[in-house]
Design a protein around this ligand. Structure first.
Ligand code: AMP
Ligand code: ZN
Length: 124
């Protein structure tokens, strides 16, 4: 029997995290969005924001996703502050969305990295 392709939704690690089938340190959850700590943090604060629906990357985003992505963007500053990022402008945070292999994407379920906290960071 053939195996499903690595990036199929049924075999997606972030779909499984959002469904609670793989453990994570949950930061936030609502009907559409799941947020959890990155397992290999680059910075004192480093969490990932994902839509619960399986969108592989920014390359598949369509106008119908605008409200969902807008909600994720608008939620980020609140969660960044709650997770320990220092206030703007001396503090702040970095948001990164790697897209595709040349864009540095390793997990093919759309995610926004949110990184912050006092320097130095491990990376970034
Ligand atoms: P990217 O290179 O943008 O696709 O980033 C994928 C991120 O997912 C990396 O920063 C990984 O450390 C993180 N990651 C992979 N597996 C897990 C996991 N099980 N729990 C939390 N973060 C993960
Ligand atoms: Zn997925």
């Amino acid at each position: 029997m053939s195996q499903p392709p690595v990036h199929a939704p049924g075999n997606c690690i972030f779909c499984k995290i959002a469904a609670g089938q793989i453990p994570s340190r949950k930061v936030y959850e609502d009907e559409e969005i799941f947020v959890f700590d990155d397992i290999h943090p680059w910075a004192p604060v480093h969490f990932l924001m994902i839509p619960k629906v399986h969108i592989p990357s920014m390359a598949q985003v369509e106008p119908a996703h605008a409200a969902l992505l807008g909600r994720m963007m608008a939620l980020a500053p609140r969660l960044a502050a709650e997770q320990g990022c220092n206030p703007y402008p001396e503090g702040g945070f970095r948001m990164v969305v790697n897209t595709g292999t040349e864009g540095g994407q390793e997990v093919h379920h759309l995610h926004i990295h949110v990184m912050g906290g006092p320097r130095p960071w491990l990376k970034g």
